[in-house]
Design a protein around this ligand. Structure first.
Ligand code: MRU
Length: 366
C-alpha cells in the first residue's frame, strides 16, 4: 500500500544490513512515521509485546524474522535448543493471535531438517512467509470484492462498510485482511464509505485504520465504539467486515475486544457480518472459541490515553487514580453471528463444514 504515494510494506530486511530487520513502529502513527531497526530476537519480542507491530498476520511475520535474527546472532555455533527457547519466548509475547505460534513452528521445522546454510534457509523462509501473506491478503480482497460489488449494484449511494480495530495493511505485510476487499473495490471504481470504530483502549481504528484509509484516498469517518449499533438501526451500514486473531475449527472468531457487540448489533439489524480470515489464523486444533486464550493487557491502557500535543506524544489519565481497570484485549464472536468467512480460497459459512469445504486437507481421517 502507499505512504505519501510510495509503495510500502510493514516489515523488510534493511538494504545492505543483513542483520537488521526494519518495521514501522506503529505506536507513533498517525502523527509520525517512525521506522525501527530490530537487531535481535529480544528486540523482536519487545516489538511484539509492546505493540510496535501488531495485527495477527504481521505478528507472525515479525516472529519469523525474529528467529532469523536469532540464527544470524549465532552463526558459528548453531544450537537448535537455543532457537526453540527463543521460539517459546516469541510465542509468549502475545497469546491470542495464533499466527505467532504458526510462524514460529514453521521456522523451527525448517531448521530441524537443515544441516547447513541456516542463515540463508531462515532468511528465505521468513521472506516466503511475508510474500505468502501478501498473496493471501490479495486473494481475500478478490473474493471479498464480490460482496461489496453485489451491494453496490443494488444501491445508488456509496457502500457503507463498518470495520473494527485495524485489520488493514498495517496489521499484515501488505493489503490487510478486512481492508483488502475495500482496496480492491476502490480499484474497481466502486463508491465506498468506511465507518471506522475508534477501538478503545489503544485506538487502532482511530489512529491506524483512519490513517491508512486516508493515505489510500478512501472516504471514511471515525466513530466512537458505541456508535455502530445506532448507525446500523439508521440504515447507515450495509456491511461489516472485521479481521480475526484466531478462528476455531467450528468458525467461532476471536478478534479485538468489542467485535462481539458489533456482531450482535449486525445480527439484530440483518446486516451481513463478514470476517476476513487468512488460513494461518485458523486454529484447527481448537474445536470452538471458548478454548481461545484471551490476552489480558495492562490496566494502564484503559486508565490513560495517548495523544499528541505540540508535536510530542503525551499520555493523560482518564480515570480516578484509585479506580481499578480491566483490559481483556479480545473477545470471541460465536459462529452463529457470522454471515461468512472470507478466506484466500473463497467465502464460506462460519462452520466446520464450511471451512473444511475449502480446506479439505484438514479433514480428520480416523
Ligand atoms: O491488539 P491488536 O492490534 O494486535 O489486534 C488486532 C486485531 O484484533 C485485528 O483485527 C486482527 O489481528 C486481524 S488483523 C488482519
Amino acid at each position: 500500500m502507499r505512504v505519501n504515494g510510495q509503495a510500502h510494506r510493514t516489515i523488510w530486511l534493511k538494504a545492505g544490513e543483513p542483520d537488521c530487520v526494519q518495521i514501522i513502529d506503529q505506536r507513533f502513527l498517525p502523527h509520525e512515521l517512525v521506522i525501527e531497526d530490530l537487531r535481535s530476537v529480544e528486540d523482536v519480542i519487545q516489538a511484539i509485546a509492546e505493540m510496535h507491530v501488531r495485527g495477527a498476520p504481521l505478528i507472525g511475520a515479525t516472529a519469523a524474522w525474529g528467529l532469523y535474527l536469532s540464527v544470524v546472532q549465532q552463526p558459528g555455533d548453531f544450537d537448535i535448543g537455543k532457537l526453540k527457547q527463543a521460539g517459546e519466548r516469541l510465542k509468549a509475547a502475545r497469546p491470542t493471535a495464533v499466527n505467532l505460534a504458526w510462524a514460529v513452528d514453521r521456522m523451527i521445522a525448517i531448521l530441524e531438517l537443515a544441516n547447513s546454510d541456516f542463515t540463508d534457509l531462515t532468511k528465505r523462509e521468513a521472506e516466503l512467509i511475508c510474500d505468502e501473506d501478501v498473496e493471501i491478503c490479495r486473494k481475500i480482497g478478490e473474493f471479498g470484492l464480490s460482496l461489496i460489488s453485489d451491494i453496490a449494484k443494488q444501491k445508488n449511494g456509496p457502500v457503507n462498510i463498518l470495520t473494527h480495530c485495524n485489520a488493514g495493511w498495517l496489521a499484515t505485510v501488505d493489503w490487510g485482511t478486512a481492508t483488502s476487499p475495500i482496496y480492491h473495490a476502490q480499484q474497481q471504481g466502486i463508491r465506498l464509505h468506511v465507518w471506522v470504530d475508534e477501538t478503545r483502549p489503544r485506538n487502532q481504528g482511530a489512529s491506524l485504520t483512519a490513517w491508512e484509509l486516508g493515505e489510500q484516498g478512501i472516504n471514511h469517518t471515525v466513530i466512537v465504539d458505541n456508535a455502530g449499533g445506532h448507525l446500523m438501526q439508521q440504515g447507515e451500514v450495509d456491511l461489516v467486515i472485521v479481521g480475526t486473531d484466531r478462528t476455531a475449527r467450528n468458525g467461532d472468531v476471536a478478534n479485538k475486544i468489542g467485535t462481539y457487540l458489533k456482531a450482535l448489533a449486525a445480527f439484530d439489524n440483518n446486516i451481513p457480518f463478514y470476517v476476513a480470515l487468512p488460513s494461518p489464523t485458523i486454529d484447527w486444533t481448537l474445536g470452538n472459541g471458548e478454548l481461545i486464550p484471551i490476552e489480558q493487557r495492562a490496566a494502564d491502557e484503559v486508565s490513560f490515553i495517548n495523544g499528541y500535543l505540540d508535536n510530542e506524544q503525551v499520555s493523560v489519565r482518564l480515570t480516578p487514580g484509585n479506580s481499578p481497570a480491566a483490559n481483556p484485549a479480545f473477545d470471541v464472536t460465536p459462529a452463529r453471528l457470522v454471515t461468512g468467512l472470507i478466506t484466500e480460497r473463497g467465502v464460506c459459512e462460519a462452520s466446520e463444514e464450511g471451512l473444511l469445504g475449502l480446506f479439505s486437507e484438514k479433514i480428520k481421517h480416523d
